[in-house]
Design a protein around this ligand. Structure first.
Ligand code: F6P
Ligand code: MG
Length: 472
């Protein structure tokens, strides 16, 4: 089942689809090629080297096909069942070319196609071509990570001592804290790597400070956080024993870090008894979380000094030494590690991969995945992080921006049995749930797109929407 609303396509020159295909994807493929080269020079296994060179050739061929607007070719069978789905869809689309194809499908195809080159090799099967970028960006978000680590410890300590408190003031304080945590988690998404081609590290650090967070509240155009809070509070007050929150993850590094802050907070505050995290199976949209990223993050926190103090390759080249971590800072990070590792060991914090998340279609097709839907229905709240998940929820279709969210998510809306909450900073054209006139108003602002026909304001991650749909 798909939406009947027309989809965004790479042929539409006013959309971010076109700009992505023309400017961003070639850069992303080039970065992947550079990464494989780097790994080739670091390995001393002849067979692996040769295979690496073959992968580079394949990636270069993909870039050529894209830039010369060739047809998307059927994916080679790498043994996974989703290949057939990708290829059936390609046939249905009538052998499209790169600049005349639905945006959502073609972008998913791009990453799925890259992954076949690795999967079909012997020595590079589990290689994550974006791992270097992900880890180094996380390392450069150090100031924000430290700020949040301190804040988190204060909070958890405070919640411990306030446990016995009740009454309306206490309720109100809890609600405000919930908003703050959710907003941290929301804006953590503004920093994904696929947009990094235009953002500097400095920009990122600015985006992450707490001052910036407060100022950004005005930029949340639809905000259903109070409903989400009521849902979780109601389940708790009813005395339900198991109350689960699911997070369909987006990006690794800083965003995963804030997702874990949120998860830890929900568990500590008793707003959930379990949190299930849903990562991706294959390297995806550059920065998305793979199970290995989760492990890498925890091990960086478990051992923060070597992680932050060992110069990176680039720092070595520039003869720079990173400033040492103070003992206090190391203790704050260790506290986080203990917390999360503890929840993980108790089975309260788990990760649950599923191949569906890297299929080429939208979440309008989720109801056909019987097991996955049944699983999500048992959750109190399923939080979908980030831009791509939002595009998939809404089918990446050109909705009128005043369309209600619950309508735009089709089969996942009312009656689906799934409570959906999207936390999304806008990095693509699709947007719904806006007040009448709002789109027009922002278009008229500086950089908003004016009368160019483009919804430019929605491309940069500056604006956000937080939308809820009750499915029960
Ligand atoms: O809009 C740019 C873009 O790369 C989209 O292609 C994609 O939907 C999104 O950003 C990825 O962002 P996120 O990591 O928030 O899903
Ligand atoms: Mg992403």
């Amino acid at each position: 089942l798909d939406t009947k609303t027309p989809l965004y396509k790479t042929s539409d020159k006013t959309s971010f689809a076109y700009i992505s295909a023309r400017d961003r994807w070639p850069v992303i493929i080039t970065q992947a090629i550079d990464d494989v080269y780097r790994s080739i020079t670091q390995c001393n296994d002849r067979e692996k080297e040769d295979e690496g060179k073959k992968i580079v050739e394949e990636l270069a061929r993909l870039k050529y096909e894209l830039q010369h607007d060739r047809q998307l070719t059927p994916l080679r069978d790498d043994g996974k069942p989703d290949i057939a789905l990708y290829n059936q869809e390609l046939e249905k689309l009538g052998a499209p070319t790169w600049f005349n194809v639905p945006w959502l499908y073609s972008e998913c195809y791009l990453y799925r196609r890259m992954s076949t080159s690795f999967k079909l090799s012997t020595h590079w099967k589990n290689y994550d071509v974006f791992a270097r970028q992900k880890m180094s960006t996380f390392r450069s978000s150090r100031p924000a990570v430290l700020e949040l680590a301190t804040r988190y410890r204060e909070l958890v300590t405070q919640m411990e001592s306030d446990k016995s408190q009740t009454g309306p003031e206490h309720e109100e304080a809890q609600k405000i804290l919930f908003y703050e945590m959710m907003e941290i988690c929301l804006w953590g998404n503004a920093t994904d790597l696929s947009l990094l081609t235009s953002l500097t590290y400095e920009d990122i650090q600015k985006l992450q400070g707490s001052e910036a967070r407060k100022a950004s509240e005005a930029n949340i155009l639809a905000n259903d956080l109070s409903t989400a809070f009521e849902v979780l509070k109601k389940a708790r007050d009813e005395g339900k024993k198991e109350r689960r929150v699911d997070i369909v993850l987006d990006n690794a590094g800083f965003e995963l870090f804030v997702d874990l802050i949120l998860a830890g907070y929900l568990l500590s505050a008793g707003l959930a008894t379990n949190v299930v995290l849903h990562p991706k199976d294959i390297p995806w949209f550059v920065s998305d979380v793979l199970p290995g990223d989760f492990a890498a993050l925890l091990s960086a926190l478990a051992n923060p000094k070597p992680f932050y103090e060992t110069p990176s390759d680039d720092e070595q080249l520039l003869n720079k030494t990173p400033s040492p971590l103070s003992d206090k800072e190391a203790t704050e990070l260790a506290f986080l590690f203990e917390e999360w590792a503890g929840f993980h060991a108790e089975g309260q914090l788990t990760i649950r991969p599923n191949a569906f998340w890297t299929h080429g279609g939208s979440f309008w097709r989720l109801p056909a995945e019987k097991d996955l839907v049944a699983d999500l229905q048992t959750s109190e709240l399923v939080i979908f992080k980030g831009d791509l998940n939002y595009r998939k929820l809404t089918g990446d279709a050109a909705w009128d921006p005043t369309t209600p969210f619950k309508e735009a998510i089709g089969p996942l809306g009312p009656g689906s049995g799934v409570n959906v909450l999207a936390l999304r900073t806008c990095k693509a054209d699709v947007v719904v749930g806006l007040k009448p006139g709002e789109d027009e108003k922002i278009r008229a602002t500086e950089g908003g797109g004016g009368d160019s026909g483009s919804r430019k304001w929605a491309w940069s991650g500056k604006w956000a929407v937080v939308s809820f749909s009750g499915g029960k």
